[in-house]
Design a protein around this ligand. Structure first.
Ligand SMILES: [Zn+2]
Length: 73
């Protein structure tokens, strides 16, 4: 991510966030551009779901790598 980036770029389960960043920040208001953090239940739920999806994908890739290693040997 460069300073020229004009999108938030935060990872979501749908891809990267295409929202413009908050002025002076690198993230949009939904992804940490504001300093207040998630205060609503909806906001917390969104973060929780985003983290869950991220870890699910990471674990899937780890499992894939392990299966490939097993096949290679
Ligand atoms: Zn965003």
């Amino acid at each position: 991510m460069t300073s020229e980036t004009k999108i938030c770029g935060a990872r979501t389960k749908y891809g990267v966030c295409l929202e413009p960043p908050v002025e002076g920040k690198t993230r949009c208001r939904l992804h940490g551009g504001l300093s207040t953090g998630a205060k609503t239940a909806e906001g917390r739920k969104r973060i929780s779901e985003a983290n869950t999806a991220l870890w699910a994908e990471r674990n899937r890739l780890i499992e894939l790598a392990r299966s490939l290693e097993a096949t290679a040997s």
